[in-house]
Design a protein around this ligand. Structure first.
Ligand code: SF4
Length: 445
C-alpha cells in the first residue's frame, strides 16, 4: 500500500500525527487482536484531529458496523474497506490525486466516494494484487502466495474473514520472486493464510511450487511462514534439501492432545506431527522449530494440557507461540462447553511461555561456536562501535559490534557470514551475539 502511494507521488509520514491519511490494517484472529485494532483506531482519531482513517483487514470484514461506530465525531473521518476488498486501496492514490495536497473536507468527500465504490458487490478484488514490497522499504521481501482457507477449525474466524483458499499462479510467484532477487533482496518469506493449501495445476502443491521457485532463481533465500501438518509429504521433505530454503519451520499444532485436536476440527495425530518434525531435523541441520498452541480450549482438562506440554518437550521446539483460547462469535467453538476459566487458561499460557524461554535458550546454546549465514537487518552507529543486527538463517537475531573505523561494514539487506559467539545480554527474543566474516576471514570487532 505504502509503495502504491509513494509511486503516485505521495510521501509517507514518519509520525502518524503528521499524516493526512492513515491506513489501519486490522486483525481478527483473537478478541485481543481486535481490541488492539480498536485502540489503534481511537488513538489515530484522537491524536490527529485532521486526519482521515481508512480501516481495512479481517476485522473490517467481519464487523464493519462495530468499527464505524468508533467514529463518534460530528464529521465522518473513518472509512472502512472490508478485508476481502483491501487490494482496492491500491487504486486509492489515483482516486485521491485530484484532491491533493490535502484539503480535509475535499479529502473526506473523495474517500467517501471511493469507499462507497470499494464496497460495492460488483467490485472485484484480487487478493494477489499487492506486489512484494521493494527492498528499500523492508529488508526482507514478503511474497504472498496464498489467501483464504477451506478448513473449518472450530475456533477460527479466518475462513469467514478471508474466504475460500486461493493460490497465486506459480508463474506469477516466480516472476515476483525473480523481480525481488533482481532488486537485491537477499531473502523472501512466503506468506499466506495457509500456505500449506497452495495449489497449482494438476494438483501441484507447495513442494512443487518450492521446486519451481528455487530452480527459477539464483541466490535468493526462501523462508516459509506457518505450516499446517498436512504439508508434510516426502516431496516436501525432498525439496527442503535445497540449501536456499532456510532452516526455520513454524508448525501450526494447537494442541498435543489427539482428543482436543479432534474437538478443534483438526485431524492430525500428535504422533504423526512429531514424526514429521523428526524428518525436518533430518533434512536440515538443527533448524529453528516453532509452533502455535492454544491453551484453555473448551473441554481441555489438566490431563490434556499435560499432553500438550509433553508434546512440546518431545518436539524440543525453540519457540512456542501460545495464545489463550479466544471465543469468537460465528465459530463452532463459540458454544463449546465446558469453558475453561480465564485464570486457568492464562496459567497454562504462562507455563508454555516459560517452557519456550528455556527451550529457546537451549537452542541458542547449541549454536554457540557454530557458523551460519544471515541478512544484515540494520546498522547503528554508537560512540565507539557500529552495532550490526543480523537475522540468521535459523531465525536467531544476532548482534555484532564492529569498530567505527572498520574496513568492512556490511550493507543493510545483504547476506553475511557469521559465527554465533554468546547469548546476548539483552533479553530480546531469539537474540545472540556474533562475529562477522568477509571473504578474508573473521572481522575483528
Ligand atoms: S487451517 Fe488455520 S486458517 Fe484454516 S481454519 Fe484452521 S486455523 Fe483457521
Amino acid at each position: 500500500m505504502a509503495a502504491a502511494f509513494t509511486r503516485a507521488g505521495f510521501s509517507i509520514a514518519g509520525d502518524p500525527r503528521d499524516a493526512w491519511l492513515l491506513v489501519v490494517n486490522t486483525c481478527s484472529v483473537t478478541s485481543k487482536a481486535e481490541q488492539k485494532g480498536r485502540r489503534t483506531i481511537r488513538a489515530a482519531l484522537r491524536q490527529n484531529p485532521f486526519c482521515s482513517v481508512i480501516v481495512t483487514g479481517c476485522y473490517a470484514e467481519v464487523d464493519r458496523a462495530g468499527l464505524e461506530a468508533l467514529d463518534a465525531g460530528s464529521v465522518r473521518r473513518l472509512f472502512v474497506v472490508p478485508g476481502t476488498r483491501k487490494s482496492r486501496i491500491l487504486d486509492m492514490p489515483a482516486a485521491l490525486a485530484g484532491e491533493w495536497p490535502a484539503d480535509a473536507v475535499a479529502l473526506r468527500a473523495a474517500l467517501s466516494r471511493f469507499c462507497g465504490g470499494a464496497t460495492a458487490a460488483s467490485d472485484a478484488a484480487d487478493a494477489f494484487r499487492f506486489d512484494a514490497p521493494a527492498p528499500s522499504m523492508r529488508v526482507r521481501t514478503f511474497l504472498k502466495i496464498q489467501d483464504g482457507c477451506d478448513n473449518s477449525c472450530a475456533y477460527c474466524l479466518v475462513p469467514a474473514a478471508r474466504g475460500v483458499a486461493r493460490s497465486l499462479p506459480p508463474e506469477t510467484a516466480l516472476e515476483r520472486l525473480r523481480a525481488a532477487e533482481d532488486a537485491g533482496a537477499a531473502e523472501a518469506v512466503l506468506v499466506g493464510v495457509n500456505i500449506s493449501r497452495w495449489k497449482g495445476a494438476a494438483n501441484a502443491g507447495l513442494a512443487e511450487l518450492l521446486h519451481a521457485l528455487v530452480s527459477g532463481t539464483k541466490e535468493i533465500r526462501i523462508r516459509l511462514s506457518s505450516l499446517e501438518p498436512d504439508v508434510f509429504t516426502e516431496d516436501f521433505f525432498a525439496v527442503l534439501q535445497n540449501p536456499r530454503i532456510l532452516p526455520h519451520f513454524h508448525v501450526s499444532v494447537q494442541s498435543g492432545s489427539a482428543e482436543i485436536l479432534r474437538r478443534m476440527g483438526r485431524f492430525h495425530e500428535p504422533a504423526a506431527i512429531l514424526a514429521a518434525i523428526g524428518r525436518l531435523r533430518e533434512v536440515k541441520d538443527d533448524p529453528f522449530m516453532a509452533c502455535d498452541m492454544i491453551a484453555g480450549f473448551p473441554g481441555e482438562t489438566e490431563g490434556h494440557f499435560s499432553q500438550t506440554y509433553d508434546f512440546c518437550a518431545s518436539a524440543d521446539f525453540a519457540q512456542v507461540h501460545v495464545f489463550p483460547f479466544s471465543r469468537r462469535r460465528g465459530t463452532a467453538a463459540w458454544d463449546y462447553k465446558p469453558r475453561i476459566p480465564e485464570r486457568d487458561a492464562e496459567k497454562r499460557v504462562s507455563i508454555l511461555k516459560n517452557y519456550s524461554v528455556l527451550s529457546r535458550k537451549r537452542y541458542i546454546e547449541r549454536w554457540i561456536g557454530r557458523e551460519t549465514g544471515g541478512v544484515c537487518m540494520s546498522l547503528k552507529a554508537e560512540a565507539s562501535a557500529v552495532s550490526v543486527e543480523i537475522l540468521a538463517d535459523n531465525y536467531l537475531r544476532l548482534q555484532a559490534r564492529l569498530p567505527r573505523d572498520s574496513a568492512f561494514l556490511p550493507q543493510r539487506g545483504r547476506r553475511l557470514a557469521c559465527r554465533i559467539t554468546a547469548p546476548a545480554e539483552e533479553s530480546r527474543v531469539n537474540c545472540g551475539a556474533a562475529t562477522l566474516f568477509d571473504a578474508c576471514g573473521e572481522i575483528p570487532g
